[in-house]
Design a protein around this ligand. Structure first.
Ligand code: PGA
Length: 260
């Protein structure tokens, strides 16, 4: 059995409620379910839009909604944080954890990512754990060393059976929002490295099923060449997920690349 395909929109700090409703109305005009029958689309909007999206799309289709972070505790004195119970109550099925913008600008650590992922999984959410190297690390040839350290730290303590709720996103920091996506060759090399790490850590049965998404300037123009690679199981999409037509075209091309 191989890993399933996923297209996850990361809206970051974008869209008001009115804009989100508009997006949903347009997206639904295009939407068709995955030919494979499984939900393969997810949207992670700002927290304030989770219920809006739940009502506008998730409730009617197989589209998953999720958050851009989640805490390792269920409640308490943690100003500005959000608990898995809170996002689940409004329909979230997944949480993005350890995005490079959280690591770079908000002090997120591998230890924090591991705790957040463990709590998300404990509550039955899909944990999308992000890893990826900076430009300097890429240029100095230390991508694998960095990614390995991030995986070791961010997945610490997870048991093999918990990985049925785990997704990895490889997002080279130098490719995010820059228009400079990794070439399929570069991405494939790292995805293979991650696959080997997952198989070694969690065993063959579990390791081969964990989806590994690529993220970083994915567009309708480059998605086919990326997703036609065996170990690139889907995409975590920022900029190209903000417009319904563009995101939909990306999904259609990505689905076709996976079938062919
Ligand atoms: P991008 O962002 O597609 O705009 O590069 C991807 C991400 O940060 O998840």
């Amino acid at each position: 059995m191989s890993a399933k395909t996923l297209f996850i929109a990361n809206w970051k700090m974008n869209k008001t409620c009115a804009e989100a409703k508009d997006f949903c109305a347009q997206f639904l005009k295009k939407y068709s379910p995955s030919p494979a029958g499984e939900s393969d689309i997810g949207i992670a909007p700002p927290y304030t839009l989770l219920s809006t999206l739940y009502e506008a799309v998730a409730d009617k289709t197989g589209i998953l909604i999720g958050s851009q972070n989640v805490h390792w505790l269920d409640n308490g004195a943690h100003t500005g944080e959000i608990s898995p119970l809170m996002i689940k109550e409004v329909g979230a099925k997944f949480a993005i954890i350890g995005h490079s913008e959280r690591r770079q600008f908000y002090g997120e650590t591998n230890r924090g990512v591991a705790k957040r992922a463990a709590n998300a999984i404990k509550h039955g959410l899909l944990a999308i754990v992000c890893v990826g190297e900076t430009r300097e690390e890429f240029e100095s040839g230390s991508t694998e060393k960095i990614v390995e350290a991030q995986l070791n730290g961010s997945l610490e303590g997870l048991s093999p059976d918990q990985t049925v709720n785990l997704v990895i996103a490889y997002e080279p920091v130098w490719a995010i929002g820059t228009g400079l996506a990794a070439t399929p060759d570069i991405a494939l090399k790292v995805h293979l490295f991650i696959r080997k790490f997952l198989v070694k850590t969690f065993g063959e049965n579990y390791g081969v099923r964990i989806p590994i998404l690529y993220g970083g300037s994915t567009t309708p123009d480059n998605v086919s060449s990326l997703l036609s690679q065996e170990n690139i199981n889907g995409a975590l999409v920022g900029g190209a997920s903000l417009q319904p037509d563009v995101f939909w075209t990306l999904i259609e091309k990505g689905r076709a690349a996976k079938v062919n």
